[in-house]
Design a protein around this ligand. Structure first.
Ligand SMILES: *[C@@H]1O[C@H](CO)[C@@H](O)[C@H](O)[C@H]1NC(C)=O
Length: 230
């Protein structure tokens, strides 16, 4: 896992606390905005999804969005997303993937059904102030595609859960986007467990309804299934 930011981006982030994820990192390079990432409803507002029962929790797709292209990547290689601002809020970055059903492509699949498996969750460190997140004030997030991932078309979903107002139900903020991938040189793993979006998260999950300030948490349980590492 590599989280990278810059001081310049940090300064810009102070003026605009929210964010979206327009750029995909694949094959060692960043895409242009919305080239491989489906344009999200918050492409201008940068605002979050707060209702985990909404279809927007899946890919946050803009109605009538332009079509995105699909990036061809090798299993085992590094993929990532870059946000338009630094991620200023406290909370975890998670990555999910969904295999596209036969007869569809990464460009056509809507991501519905129990198809999403988790490939990364950011675990906080804990100190006397509470949960400390490596993602805070970073802008770019990279993870490996498990080498055992079978070849084929996939959606890849990044999510950042901002927990600064998560002490009240509906207060957690979800910033997310989906990219389109064709995975080659794949393995013979069986990714899982899988969840649906919406469906896999509840507004009262302990990693979604949580007061991160008081009492100071001594652990964090992320929402969603265990990470599949291949
Ligand atoms: C997708 O690829 C085509 C062909 O290279 C290009 O013309 C088009 O602009 C691309 N679309 C996006 C969203 O980048």
């Amino acid at each position: 896992m590599k989280y990278a930011g810059s001081l310049l981006a940090f300064a810009a982030g102070l003026a605009s606390a929210h964010y979206n994820f327009p750029d995909l990192f694949s094959n060692g390079a960043l895409s242009s905005d919305w080239q491989y990432v489906r344009e999200t409803t918050n492409f201008q507002s940068n605002g979050p999804v707060t209702d985990v029962t909404s279809d927007q929790i899946r890919c946050y797709e803009l109605a009538g969005r332009p079509q995105a292209n699909t990036s061809t990547v090798k299993a085992g290689s590094t993929i990532g997303f870059k946000a338009d601002n630094v991620v200023t809020h406290p909370g975890p970055i998670q990555f999910y993937m969904a295999k596209v059903p036969s007869g569809q492509t990464a460009a056509t699949f809507d991501g519905s059904g129990s198809v999403w498996f988790k490939i990364h969750t950011e675990e906080p460190t804990i100190d006397s102030t509470g949960l400390v997140w490596a993602s805070t004030n970073q802008q770019e997030f990279q993870v490996p595609i498990p080498a055992a991932t079978p070849s084929g078309d996939y959606l890849v979903r990044i999510e950042h859960i901002a927990l600064h107002q998560a002490q009240s139900q509906g207060g957690a903020q979800f910033y997310l986007a989906c990219g389109q991938l064709t995975v080659t040189n794949g393995g013979s793993g069986s990714p899982g467990p899988k969840i649906a979006f919406p469906g896999g998260y509840s507004a009262t999950d302990p990693g979604i309804l949580i007061n991160i300030y008081y009492p100071v948490p001594t652990s964090y349980t992320p929402p969603g299934p265990a990470v599949w590492s291949g």
